[in-house]
Design a protein around this ligand. Structure first.
Ligand code: HEM
Length: 296
């Protein structure tokens, strides 16, 4: 038997990239303040899988979908002998073939449903225009995202368990091969063409650049709040506080100018309230709603 090259450096790097991105995205999913990182990693997972789909049609030995084994008889035979004398495959085994396709499909479904939830519920990202009450109140998209993520993670765990079983029971070379690229076999190894190498560089390189870009510029269209609602608390905390302490928060951008001026000029009259601020603060509280009224 010869040592032959099976998994290209691009397959192996993208695999490491996938493990890191999926793991971190999953672990931080419940932290509201880390949502933009979760989304950024999700986009990168989507890009890695899109490239992997194209890679499957690039005539790369062992990696092309044509070389996958989707034969159900072979799958059944493989599973029945998993603890016994099972057949060794140089490329992907039947169970690996199905698991990889399932991970790609469920991974992409998780990303797409995540983008929908991000837009409808958080009002952020490409679909932020769907952040309207009709969708905001709906749990459907969140449930769908959770479903796809759970199904994806289930297949990932089965995939990892399969690799571990293979190592423990069969001293399989699968894990070594996804690290160093080589397996012992009686066949010719993989040789990449220039075009495949260029594609591989684009696959790993652009995914890395994309991640760095998303992390470095959180106001990009994929992560930013496209409707750009004004955070009144940040914009004028004093106005916010005084407005609420009087009666309720008056969103200036929703009100015409005249009643606003009237209210701000006659705080005591309206609310029997003495806004005891120095002159500068008083002017600032007054100017802010007038400058930001619906008529401004
Ligand atoms: C988030 C976690 C993971 C994901 C999404 C994932 C996904 C994938 C994908 C898509 C492939 C196919 C590679 C290709 O043909 O381009 C693959 C192969 C492989 N993965 Fe993973 N993987 C994950 C974690 C792991 C871990 C933790 C291990 C090691 C314990 C592992 C071991 C392998 C091996 C050995 C192969 C080659 C399988 C074969 O020989 O058929 N994976 N993985």
């Amino acid at each position: 038997m010869n040592k032959i090259y099976v998994w290209s450096i691009f397959t192996r790097l993208s695999h490491i990239f996938l493990i890191a991105a999926v793991s971190v995205a999953y672990l931080i999913a419940d932290f509201e303040n880390l949502l933009s990182y979760h989304a950024a990693l999700g986009y990168v997972v989507g890009l890695l899988f899109l490239f992997r789909i194209l890679w499957g049609y690039m005539d790369v030995k062992f990696s092309k979908f044509e070389d996958f084994n989707f034969n159900l008889k072979d799958l059944a035979e493989y599973m029945l002998n998993i603890f016994g004398n099972k057949k060794e495959y140089v490329g992907h085994s039947p169970v690996s073939s199905w698991a990889i396709v399932a991970m790609i499909a469920l991974g992409l479904a998780s990303v797409v449903s995540g983008v929908i939830v991000y837009g409808t519920q958080e009002g952020i990202g490409l679909l932020s225009f769907l952040n309207i009450s009709l969708f905001k109140e709906m749990d459907f998209f969140e449930d769908l995202h959770e479903f796809f993520v759970n199904a994806f993670m289930f297949v990932v765990f089965v995939h990892i368990a399969g690799v571990i079983i293979d190592i423990v029971l069969h001293k399989s070379q699968a894990l070594d091969s996804i690290v160093d690229g080589y397996k012992s076999a009686n066949s010719d190894g993989l040789k990449l063409t220039i075009l495949q190498k260029v594609f591989g560089i684009a696959w790993v390189g652009s995914s890395l650049v994309f991640l760095l870009y998303l992390l470095a510029s959180p106001s990009n269209i994929l992560l930013a709040d496209a409707s750009n609602p004004t955070d009144k608390k940040v914009e004028h905390s004093l106005f916010e506080r005084e407005s609420i302490s009087c009666y309720t928060f008056y969103p200036p951008h929703l009100l015409p100018m005249e009643p606003l001026v009237n209210i701000m000029d006659n705080l005591e009259k309206y609310f029997e309230y003495d806004a005891s601020h120095d002159k500068k603060e008083k002017n600032s509280i007054k100017d802010y709603p007038v400058e930001n009224s619906a008529e401004s």
